[in-house]
Ligand binder design. Structure first.
Ligand code: ATP
Length: 423
């Protein structure tokens, strides 16, 4: 039996805040492949890596392509390297492209490396050593930092995945206002949500499919299915040319960055976790609009933050009370604060201790330290200092999830509309 062999191609770190996008570069390569009779196996992949990586431009995404390893492989490699040379933003100090060619099987150690690139930091040297050890053909441009993400983009298994359709602008329009008919985006969302998601942030009237950077992307629509993307594309109207479009298979919105922490003390800075803890204090807001509170368990405590950009999410967070038990999802950032992406209410503390009610119906007041309570209306006294438990109404529900708005959501965060999906 003849075993089919594949060539995997990884590309990363080609863009800068001033322009380009590695997905656009990939779409150009795919076009050139097509012109030369080189077909992709499966969709191109857009893989988001560690959200805390220091040198990311925006979303820390690498791209990988899979083709048959045959007599056209050398031509394919030439096309990839030419396009990376031609389109990368070499002028930017922080743009250090890396290209990887790999023609073996995807091994468990490659998968482990890829998860490490999501959970931890990897150096260029480490990536190079690993790449060499598994027989990758490595191409570094400038510092070649992109090889870190390129190897990971090839090796990451996608047990859960989504798709993103990216539409690209004509180069003369780069940097100008995107000509997207917002009404049609609302219609598209109405017709295709929840198969598509993250289209609009209704609370902020924010059109999330439209990037805010001068990159070649006109819009990007995210979805569980390719069919929904095609329907969505037909509905969204634009009044500028779309020169190309490409659908990527991705780990976006899968929570792949989240690790289950057994307790609070086991979490590390720059890691992303889900962890259960008891709310210690009422959330408080500081100057700048950031909201903080602590959760604890028997191992320790951690400060949780809902930052200003999470807007109305802070209102929901403000409903938390000491004694509530929550499962929080998010990452521990620069200030060692757990940056909440979403939380689930595990238990609600719906008891509040209040002064007793007098026989006459009036709530009593303290009669002084250790002197019990007295009634201002009828003069009645109670010797005991014990307040009485009263069941209170809560604005949160047990079992319910609460999430940050679309406008503040990370690429990897799984939105609630995907929480019960299994693939
Ligand atoms: P965009 O989302 O616009 O494509 P980006 O945010 O992905 O841009 P890149 O240009 O890809 O930014 O830069 C990210 C850099 O970080 C790449 O060089 C990539 O190899 C590297 N990188 C990725 N994951 C890690 C990691 N876990 N540790 C260290 N470096 C990483």
């Amino acid at each position: 039996m003849i075993k089919i062999r594949y060539l995997y191609i990884g590309i990363d770190d080609t863009d800068s805040p001033e322009g380009m996008c590695t997905t656009f570069l990939a779409s150009q390569i795919i076009n050139k492949f097509r012109d030369n009779g080189i077909e992709l196996v499966d969709y191109p992949r857009l893989i988001r890596l560690n959200p805390f990586a220091r040198f990311k431009t925006r979303g820390n995404g690498g791209v990988s392509l899979k083709i048959l390893n045959d007599d056209k492989s050398d031509l394919a490699k030439e096309i990839v390297l030419d396009e990376v040379e031609k389109l990368s933003m070499f002028d930017c100090d922080n743009t250090n492209p890396g290209v990887i060619f790999y023609d073996g099987e995807i091994t468990k150690e490659m998968e482990d490396y890829a998860f490490r690139a999501i959970y931890e930091f990897i150096t260029i040297d480490e990536a190079e050593e690993f790449g060499n050890s598994i027989g990758c053909e490595i191409h570094k441009f400038k510092k070649g930092r992109g090889i870190i993400g390129s190897i990971a983009a090839i090796g990451l298994p996608l047990s859960d995945y989504t798709y993103e359709l990216l539409a690209y602008r004509a180069s003369e329009n780069y940097g100008t206002k995107r000509q997207i008919d917002y009404e049609s985006v609302y219609l598209m969302d109405k017709e295709t949500f929840p198969d598509t998601f993250e289209n609009i942030d209704y609370s902020e009237e924010y059109i999330a499919i439209e990037p805010k950077t001068p990159c070649p992307v006109l819009y990007g629509i995210r979805s569980n299915t390719v069919d929904a993307l095609e329907k969505a594309k037909d509905i969204v109207e634009v009044s500028e040319p779309i020169v190309d479009s490409c659908i990527f298979k991705t780990n976006q919105h899968t929570d792949m960055h989240i690790q289950k922490a057994s307790d609070i003390a086991s979490m590390k800075q720059f890691g992303c976790y889900e962890v259960v803890g008891e709310v210690k204090n009422r959330p408080t807001i500081i100057d700048g609009g950031h909201m903080f509170f602590y959760i604890f368990d028997e191992s320790g405590e951690v400060e949780c933050g809902a930052y200003e950009p999470t807007k109305n999410f802070r209102k929901v967070v403000s409903y938390l009370r000491p004694g509530d038990i929550v499962k929080v999802y998010g990452g521990i950032g620069e200030q060692n604060t757990f940056n909440i992406e979403k939380f689930q209410v595990v238990k609600l503390n719906d008891l509040e201790y209040q002064n007793p009610i007098c026989e006459c119906g009036k709530r009593m007041t303290s009669a002084g330290k250790n002197k019990g309570f007295k009634c201002r209306k009828c003069g009645n006294r109670i010797e005991s200092d014990d307040k009485v438990p009263v069941k209170i109404n809560r604005n949160l529900s047990r079992g319910q999830f609460y999430e940050t708005p679309v406008s503040a959501r990370r690429h990897l965060s799984k939105p609630l509309c995907r929480m019960d999906l299994t693939r």
